[in-house]
Design a protein around this ligand. Sequence first.
Ligand SMILES: Cc1cc2nc3c(=O)[nH]c(=O)nc-3n(C[C@H](O)[C@H](O)[C@H](O)COP(=O)(O)OP(=O)(O)OC[C@H]3O[C@@H](n4cnc5c(N)ncnc54)[C@H](O)[C@@H]3O)c2cc1C
Length: 417
Amino acid sequence: MSELDENEIRHEVRAWLKAHWDPRLGLLEWRNTLVDSGWGMPHWPTEWHGRGLPVGMTPVVDDELAAVNAVSVAKSGIRLLAAATLLEHGSELHKEKFLRRILTGEDTWCQLFSEPGSGSDLAGATTRADFDGSNWIVNGQKVWTTSAHHAQWGLLLARTDWDVPKHQGLSYFVLDMSQPGVDVQPLKQMNGHASFNQVFITDAKIVPEYQVSATGNGWAVAMTTLAHERRGADGLRNAARARDLPGRIYEEERAELATVMEPYKWYPQRAGRIDLVVARATATGAAAQPDVRQAMAGALIMSRSAEWTARRARAAQQLGRPQGPEGSLGKLAASNVARACSHVHTLISGTDAMLSGPESPLGGVVAEILLSVPATSIAGGTDEVQRNIISERVLGMPKEPRFDTGPFRDVPKNVLS
Ligand SMILES: Cc1cc2nc3c(=O)[nH]c(=O)nc-3n(C[C@H](O)[C@H](O)[C@H](O)COP(=O)(O)OP(=O)(O)OC[C@H]3O[C@@H](n4cnc5c(N)ncnc54)[C@H](O)[C@@H]3O)c2cc1C
């Protein structure tokens, strides 16, 4: 899109905000107005709360909202993965029922994919859904389920056919998390937070209308969710920051973010906090040591080059080009940057890096970095799995040997089914 078009869009949003933005409105009332206008998600289709603009225009519109401190639609958390998946694969009923409430922030979502015996091997899921003639009946266990403790809806991958190869026997559903057969138990992490849960599902019901994929075609839909996750839902989580401004709408926004963003409080630390490195090395005098300077330079170079690669990927996306290798490299680069930062913070703080509490380095932030960085190499696909994807799909290397191509029932599993 040309600069002139961008200016036109800016002009149009500004005029619309001048006519409609009112900080005295309630959060829900304002968000409904924003959703109706299509400016909340301008790259979404016009029939579904958008304006059909190129995705590159969304930050431009967001800029204009931020310039007048206008509250945006709810863009944080797994709800956006749900929205992206339902926009692509959902029925009219799904879009009608769920999309608006995602954007107004009325509903939160979780992703019920990983299980104790299938994380990397997601297609090996053994949570089952059986059709009883009226409804799907779900039994099984999920784990690592971020935000399940306050989610109304879950994106569920479950096995519906045990007699075909594993990728062909899965189906994709929307699960009502508020029903009695869904038992959510929080898990405490080593960094002190409790972002994710284990979810025990016993005879939970799903009405046929809440089936998203065709029966047995759940894998393709799950791939859409994962592609959006790997493409950087984190960026959207980071964007949702509470504003310290007076007024009803800001109070309501702060209350919402306090709940919805609570599981993501430590996410900046898990990225390694490259932004703290230079100031901290200078303040502590560690920058005078050649080995620290060397490690700092390494981490900064890695971080900048990862950022530029991500920008190239975004530019290509804005020009409508298909996703290149940058998408696969980005996640791995983020792990490398996080680890390099964690190493530098350890060099700077020495053994004090292990201390937490107000008297410790940066009030415990350094310790939280060390304990949170490993999550970057696991969440949304581990480093090893990313390397497999890059070697097979980007570099065209031979595929891993497979021993699980027959009917799933006969495939050796590490859980009882
Ligand atoms: C912060 C965080 C949030 C998460 N949120 C969610 C969520 O909301 N919903 C959800 O469903 N899941 C979530 N997850 C789970 C995440 O997707 C899984 O942890 C991840 O896919 C890895 O699976 P696993 O933990 O079972 O590890 P495993 O698959 O058991 O892997 C163990 C080790 O074996 C290696 N390995 C496995 N297979 C291969 C292979 N083929 N080749 C080489 N090495 C291999 C792995 O790299 C790893 O080092 C979250 C995880 C984290 C850390």
